[in-house]
Design a protein around this ligand. Structure first.
Ligand SMILES: [Zn+2]
Length: 304
């Protein structure tokens, strides 16, 4: 089952947010060896390639004074974008970070509620007692007695609530809010220790989720358990934690740029570079036309 559309490309999506990465666009001159990155056509026009999404864009070569460098610097000196699996992994890691951020907020709200309960416990007991007294009045001896019994049981639970129990719940909620918050921030920053922390915290949380599920099965509880197990499996296997799957030494987060740049090249027809448009905006991520060379041949523009 596909979770994303067939023609979805993470690279295109990220380029639509961050803009394209086009080193050839700002070079004063292009050399023969720069052909995988860009080439001049028809005088002052230039095809330039985005190194993230492989889009070839046609636009004017930079005017005098607009160049960032005389020639494109060696790739090692460029802050090259991620693409392919490293980019996909980074996106998934950020989705997990967002999930942890949501958890941190929910536990934080729970902690605030428990602080309120802790501070107002005597008043809450008085309120619960008065409600229980009312429900036990002769009026309750009616057809609604069933629901009154249910309410009475819940309210008596509040009456017997001890300050120590609230303190334990409050401490647990604060601890989870802090841990999940740390996970969210440092997973977003792609710290490896945060991946280990997430795995350990998730393993610690799963027994409680299983216990809750055994008490009562709900869609939310099933989804939470499945999501956490999936996150756990993905982190341990894909990020090769605890030596799994070859360990950190086998972690391939680099990109083989020699292979990436081996193809494609600008579109050609009978040896001549084809100019598909006259102008291109140089604003971030904007273009008036484009030629996708992902498979080495011109394609219709992507729908996004
Ligand atoms: Zn791009």
């Amino acid at each position: 089952m596909r979770l994303v559309p067939r023609r979805w490309h993470n690279e295109t999506w990220i380029c639509s947010i961050r803009g394209h990465y086009i080193p050839a666009e700002r070079a004063a001159a292009l050399r023969d060896q720069d052909r995988p990155l860009g080439c001049d056509v028809g005088g002052r026009m230039r095809y330039s390639r985005c190194l993230r999404c492989d889009l070839w864009m046609l636009g004017p070569a930079p005017a005098a004074g607009e160049e960032a460098y005389d020639v494109i610097p060696p790739l090692e000196q460029l802050d090259l974008p991620r693409r392919g699996k490293p980019l996909e992994d980074a996106i998934l890691l950020r989705l997990i970070a967002i999930d942890r951020g949501v958890h941190a907020v929910l536990f934080g709200l729970l902690a605030i509620g428990l602080i309120f309960v802790e501070l107002r416990l005597p008043a809450i007991r008085d309120w619960a007692q008065s409600l229980v007294d009312n429900l036990r009045s002769p009026v309750s001896e009616t057809a609604q007695a069933g629901s009154h019994t249910f309410l009475t049981q819940k309210l008596e639970g509040l009456l017997h609530l001890e300050s120590g129990e609230v303190t334990v719940l409050l401490s647990t909620a604060i601890a989870y809010a802090v841990v999940e918050g740390i996970e969210a921030v440092y997973l977003w920053k792609e710290r490896r220790w945060a991946e280990y922390l997430t795995v350990v915290a998730t393993v610690g949380f799963i027994p409680f989720e299983v216990y809750e599920l055994m008490n009562k099965v709900t869609v939310l509880r099933v989804f939470a358990l499945v999501a956490n197990v999936a996150i756990l499996a993905w982190l341990v296997w894909n990020k090769r934690l605890f030596g799994f799957h070859g360990g950190e030494a086998a972690l391939q987060e680099g990109i083989d740029w020699a292979t990436v740049l081996a193809a494609p090249t600008p579109p050609k027809v009978q040896g001549q570079v084809v100019a598909r448009t006259a102008t291109v905006s140089r604003s971030k991520g904007a273009q008036s036309d484009r030629t996708d060379q992902r498979d080495g041949r011109p394609e219709a523009p992507e729908p996004w």
